[in-house]
Design a protein. Structure first.
Length: 256
């Protein structure tokens, strides 16, 4: 009898221990990864705030569509372009989507997705300006650019040839205002951004043809967040194939 009781006790204890272990495993199950993705604050039509204060734009909608397609979660951090890049480099953000051009210098530090938009650079002046029509007209003048953009890179490459001085801004609206007030006579900007801005009444006009620029990509630090990058690429291919990508582009950029 004692032997039977002892065996029963051992069995019950064993079952309790197994149940306890199973509970511990359930409690220790890892939570789903939520990626922190940094972006710009004012780079319409790629990211900007609507009247309700929500961030919208091509980048925002492409990211949302890809996340839905691939089933990953993320938090969006609108920081401004320079701050977004700084957050990525300091491991405060997992990735950046901010109309970020893919170029040789950035490829040394970041891993990029497949290009999701091909852009170019144009020069714009105040809508009332009738004297600045070409790069030659910029000699001895101040020209506004946004720090870290394809527009600033292009302007830097030709400033000595045409003899103009650059004035740097962190946000596009401040750059546009500098041109409208006459402190700078022109600015360089990505074509889709300037085209959208003009359609929304930013007070500027384009005076040059588009110079071929770089493609935009989704960026992570080199060698990090490879799973996220792979999901972005797969999701991008899927939304291009199912038509969602073109639907997003057409809602912000019109060919007419």
């Amino acid at each position: 009898m004692k032997k039977t009781f002892s065996l029963l006790l051992v069995l019950l204890l064993s079952i309790g221990m197994l149940a306890g272990c199973g509970g511990a495993e359930e409690e220790a199950a890892p939570e789903a990864t939520v990626y922190n993705i940094a972006t710009d604050t004012t780079f319409a039509p790629f990211e900007f705030q609507n009247e309700a204060g929500d961030y919208v734009g091509i980048d925002i909608e492409i990211l949302a569509a890809i996340a839905e397609d691939q089933g990953f979660e993320y938090e969006l951090s609108p920081l401004g372009f320079n701050a977004a890049v700084a957050a990525l480099e300091s491991n405060q953000a997992d990735a950046v989507i901010a109309g970020m051009s893919i170029n040789e210098d950035r490829l040394k530090k970041y891993d990029f997705s497949a290009p999701y938009y091909d852009s170019g650079v144009v020069m714009a002046v105040s809508a009332a300006n009738e004297t600045i029509k070409s790069y030659e007209d910029l000699a001895g003048m101040k020209v506004a650019v946004k720090t870290g953009t394809e527009g600033s890179t292009f302007a830097e490459s030709i400033k000595d040839t045409y003899g103009f001085e650059l004035v740097y801004f962190d946000e596009s609206p401040f750059m546009y205002e500098d041109v409208k007030t006459g402190n700078s006579v022109a600015c360089f900007e990505d074509y889709p951004v300037m085209g959208y801005g003009i359609s929304q009444g930013n007070g500027l006009k384009m005076v040059t043809d588009m110079e071929q620029g770089s493609s935009y990509g989704f960026a992570v630090m080199k060698g990090k967040n490879t799973e996220l990058l792979e999901m972005f690429n797969t999701g991008l291919a899927n939304i291009i194939e199912n038509g969602k990508y073109q639907e997003i582009i057409d809602s912000y950029i019109s060919a007419e």
